[in-house]
Ligand binder design. Structure first.
Ligand code: PLP
Length: 436
């Protein structure tokens, strides 16, 4: 058998370049992380060869004796990692990723056109929580996510000034809209979730409560963030963000007379998926072993300390952070006072190997031109960064914004002119060198 390098030098070279990009830059995307060798090995193992439609012990193909043990191990570890009792909670570990997991959970417990309420995307929610837009000219509704095409969605928002979830408005809207499902959890919310308040609103309206803890699942497992399991009926999560596992997802459900388990299992397969990716399931299992170790607890604590240090350093430079700071692994950096869009900072940072993403900030006029960026600490914490390194990161980010300001002054605000201003910019070249 040939190695990848021998078989396909062209692809091998691209992989080498990507590895170098990941090693050589500052990775600040809040949803990314660097997986362990054990996870990588499992992902690239013989488990990828096997078809295993169905559940452990109930498969549609032969030869699943070992696979059943892998998947069962993964399920047991998943419950243990979140301190859940097997009598009270069940889990499905087969979803390919977070978006299919959410859609599977929704289709399991809702009928088409049932009503859902999730945090709006520009407020920090995720696409799959029912996102749609309205056409600027015609006002026509465009269902961006299948979750808004197949269910009736009315998003709730954060307060434009505080950046915190506007619970009073959510409660009012829910009283009129009467959703069948309320979703909490998001992709760009830097504060703790008040699960109790969500539960109260759900109860008042006879709605189910689903928490999508994708971003913070590593923090929840290590008790560095509040746990949604006390209040939610269903909890979904990706496994590749703060949990640091493979690109996959899990759906946890309460075991009671409502019989969520069989419905969720059936929604995942055969409802939406075919054969599960057992290599990913094995990789979740091995990552969950790590998640339960004292080292991972320490890691998750450091992720939070680093986010706080980064926030404090940016505030010292005089920058504005949505909600004033963070309780978790991410920061929403509001660049509107500097009059520089998130897109421009993202583009400039890309040029000097700082990877981050533009993001809407509370009160943004248009989600199409986000006024800020999202910064996360999980990936660089995996690389061993502590508070002092994050102070340095803040210094680099500050330099980036200053360079952007100067370019904008010289070349004007149009994106094309701004991009031209990045070429052969001596200060930018120096920043790139220092980042390395
Ligand atoms: N849920 C949340 C809260 C997310 O942030 C994301 C991805 O960023 C997802 C779901 C979707 O996960 P995936 O990209 O694996 O489909």
């Amino acid at each position: 058998q040939k190695s990848l390098q021998e078989h396909d030098p062209e692809l091998f070279a691209l992989l080498e370049q990507e590895a170098e990009r990941q090693r050589g830059g500052l990775e600040l995307i809040a949803s990314e992380n660097f997986t362990s060798t054990a996870v990588m090995q499992t992902l690239g193992s013989c488990l990828t060869n096997k078809y295993a439609e169905g559940m452990p012990g109930k498969r549609y193909y032969g030869g699943n004796q070992i696979i059943d043990q892998v998947e069962t191990m993964c399920m047991k570890r998943a419950l243990k990692a979140y301190r859940l009792n097997e009598e009270e909670w069940g889990v499905n570990v087969a979803p390919y990723s977070g978006s299919p997991a959410n859609f599977a959970a929704f289709t399991a417990v809702l009928r088409p056109h049932d009503r859902i309420m999730g945090l709006d995307l520009p407020s920090g929610g995720h696409l799959t929580h029912g996102f749609y837009t309205l056409d600027k000219k015609t006002g026509e509704r465009k269902n961006i996510s299948a979750t808004s095409a197949y269910f009736e969605s009315l998003p709730y928002t954060v307060h434009p000034e505080t950046g915190l979830i506007d619970f009073d408005r959510l409660a009012d809207l829910a009283r009129t809209f009467k959703p069948a499902l309320i979703i909490c959890g998001g992709s760009a919310y830097p504060r703790e979730w008040d699960y109790k308040r969500f539960r109260e609103i759900a109860n008042e309206n006879g709605a189910l409560l689903l928490c999508d803890m994708a971003h913070i699942s590593g923090l929840v497992a290590t008790e560095e963030a509040d746990s949604p399991f006390e209040y939610a009926d269903i909890v979904t999560t990706t496994t590749h963000k703060s949990l640091r596992g493979p690109r996959a997802a899990m759906i946890f459900y309460k075991k009671d007379e409502r019989e969520f388990g069989p419905k969720i299992d059936a929604a995942v397969f055969p409802g939406l998926q075919g054969g599960p990716h057992e290599n990913a399931i094995g990789a979740i299992a091995t990552q969950l072993k790590e998640v339960m170790s004292p080292e991972f607890k320490e890691y998750a604590g450091q992720v939070k300390k680093n986010a706080q240090a980064l926030g404090a350093a940016l505030s010292k430079y005089g920058y504005k952070l949505a909600t004033g700071g963070t309780d978790n692994h991410l920061l929403l950096w509001d660049l509107r006072p500097q009059e520089i869009t998130g897109s421009k900072i993202e583009t400039l940072c890309d040029r000097c190997h700082i990877t981050l993403n533009k993001n809407a900030v509370p009160g943004d006029k248009s989600a199409l031109s986000p006024g800020g960026v999202r910064l996360g600490t999980p990936a660089l914490t995996t690389r061993g960064f502590t508070e002092s390194e994050f102070e340095k990161v803040a210094e680099f980010l500050h330099r980036a914004v200053e360079i952007a300001g100067k370019i904008q002054q010289e070349h004007g605000k149009a994106l094309k002119a701004f991009k031209a201003g990045l070429d052969n910019n001596a200060e930018l070249e120096k920043l790139k060198e220092d980042v390395h």
